[in-house]
Design a protein around this ligand. Structure first.
Ligand code: HEM
Ligand code: NAG
Ligand code: NAG
Ligand code: NAG
Ligand code: NAG
Length: 464
């Protein structure tokens, strides 16, 4: 039936342009001209907040880590939930995210000086650096120029590494973001600051596994003290423990304690389970300097994570065209271009063996090798919407593909003659059949007779 014989059309509103890259280069002097006082303003805001609340630095460091691990450092962690959408900051591992007001205050101070210039993601990266430096840790130059995102989904927080992760799970989580095992060990040193709620290490101190109630890799008296603040059915919402014994000082005691079985999370303990990571833990436990150097390097790496590239980049057609569908061929039809290809559910694909050949020798002339160049589209052939464009053959049948739009034929894809399989793989990429340019007035008429993607799907579902 006609409804299944569908061709795909695409309308270009623009001349094709290269797909823009998601990777933006960051630079240290990004705001040198546009907001020279930026860093002083951020530092002052952090200092102010710290003077009232000692937990602020840990919160800011963790906030930046969260931000960067979900869709890249784009400040999406700061976005509020809205309507039906629950934002990252309200997602499940949100318990220790706090001190958002500090970033709000820093942002206000920056906006007062240079409105609309500085991204929140950059403020967050600077705040994390200041948090470390003002806690006695190292300082560094923060590369800037991040763009703020607008999407924040609570469900995405599932992408964060969990405190129960073993070394292979941690490795996977970090390597997906371009971070190495060295980065993992150095950045885990962030656990020299701050506090954890009982729920994050509950797995190690109650019902660890079938044979052990306690994680045997923990120091027994340390484990006992944790159990006393976190009973099996803990009800105290704020109960928990500091991540290391000098919780407000940025130092290497986290690594020293880790070697003594006094770390909170399974993910911390996991750093001792491969020779390579264990060697690094020992190195950082022995040398504050070595830790600081590695931490700074890894922080700069982490704070440059940008949005994940999709597995297959969108095709030029995906980026620049809207797809319309035409039932078999349509009766109707100067700068709009239509790319004609076969819809994935075209009946020809269903024949045994698929499409075996594409033949452009149809109608009055052979359309292969046809190409129009120049501004005035000199050789363009003018076609009606029902003019045959080519024939696709299967082992048992053949199907005429029509132009679907009235217009000038600009190009046919003669690669299909040698490689008919292209049609199958990618109708909107290498597998396009032809490009047609309708007149603007015709296009207006023809558009109303075409199907949108949603309408096409509906028709397809009804037909199958
Ligand atoms: C390796 C994977 C990591 C895991 C599984 C992990 C997990 C956790 C968990 C479960 C907490 C406690 C949450 C709570 O119960 O309140 C926490 C706290 C914290 N994490 Fe991590 N974390 C990781 C990496 C990092 C990194 C890379 C940084 C920064 C460089 C970081 C900085 C912090 C800080 C500063 C706190 C304390 C937050 C506060 O006191 O407000 N963590 N982390
Ligand atoms: C954490 O998220 C839960 C919902 O998942 C929400 O009820 C709670 O208020 C959030 N906590 C903080 C500190 O934002
Ligand atoms: C880590 O955990 C995963 C998932 O539970 C498991 O498949 C894997 O074998 C574990 N790896 C190690 C080294 O324990
Ligand atoms: C429990 O954990 C310990 C230490 O990791 C291990 O030696 C033991 O085999 C585990 N028992 C079970 C039943 O998995
Ligand atoms: C076309 O693609 C479909 C789905 O990818 C596949 O099942 C089919 O075998 C392919 N046919 C040919 C001829 O390549």
């Amino acid at each position: 039936m006609a409804a299944i014989n569908v061709a795909i059309l695409a309308l270009a509103f623009l001349i094709m342009f290269p797909i823009s890259s998601h990777v933006t280069a960051l630079s240290s002097n990004y705001y040198e001209k546009t907001c020279p006082q930026l860093e002083t303003a951020v530092t002052n805001a952090i200092k102010n907040a710290m003077s009232n609340d000692k937990t602020v630095p840990a919160a800011l460091l963790r906030m930046h880590f969260h931000d960067c691990f979900i869709k890249g450092c784009d400040a999406s962690v700061l976005l509020a939930s809205k309507g039906q959408n629950t934002a990252e900051k309200d997602g499940p591992p949100n318990v220790s995210l706090h001190a958002f007001y500090v970033i709000d205050n820093a942002k206000k101070a920056v906006e007062a000086m240079c409105p609309g210039v500085v991204s929140c993601a950059d403020i967050l990266a600077l705040a994390a650096r200041d948090a470390v430096a003002l806690s006695g840790g190292p300082t560094w130059d923060v590369p800037k120029g991040r763009k703020d995102g607008r999407i924040s989904k609570a469900s995405d927080t599932r992408q964060l590494p969990a405190p129960t992760f073993n070394i292979s799970q941690l490795q996977q989580s970090f390597s997906q973001r371009g971070l190495s095992m060295e980065d993992l060990v150095a950045l885990s040193g962030g656990h020299t600051l701050g506090f954890s709620h009982c729920s994050s290490f509950q797995n190690r101190i109650h019902n660890f596994n079938a044979t052990h109630d306690l994680d045997p890799s923990m120091n027994p008296s340390f484990a006992a003290s944790l159990r006393s603040v976190c009973p099996a059915h803990n009800k105290a919402k704020n109960a928990g423990a500091t991540l290391d014994s000098s919780t407000a000082a940025f130092d290497n005691s986290y690594y020293k304690l880790l070697l003594q079985g006094k770390s909170l999370f399974s993910s911390d303990q996991a750093l001792l389970t491969t020779p390579k990571t264990k060697t690094l833990v020992s190195k950082f436990a022995a040398s504050q300097e070595a830790f600081e150097k590695a931490f700074v390097q890894s922080m700069i790496k982490m704070s440059s994570i940008s949005e994940d590239l999709p597995l297959t980049p969108p095709s030029a057609v995906d980026s620049n065209f809207v797809a319309y569908f035409a039932p078999d061929f349509i009766k109707a039809g100067h700068d709009h271009l239509c790319v004609i290809g076969l819809a994935p559910k075209h009946v020809a694909f269903k024949d045994e063996g698929g499409i075996t050949a594409v033949d452009f020798n149809v109608g009055k002339s052979d359309r292969s090798g046809f190409k129009v160049t120049g501004k005035r589209k000199k050789n363009a052939q003018h076609f009606e919407s029902n003019t045959a464009l080519c024939k696709v053959c299967t082992n048992s049948d053949s199907y005429i593909v029509r132009c679907c739009v009235k217009g000038s034929l600009l190009e046919v894809n003669d690669r299909l003659i040698k490689l008919p399989g292209l049609l199958n793989s990618s109708a909107d990429r290498e597998g396009y059949i032809a490009i047609i340019m309708p007149k603007p007035a015709d296009w207006v008429k023809i558009k109303s007779s075409l199907l949108s993607l949603a309408e096409y799907k509906k028709l397809r579902d009804e037909a199958s």
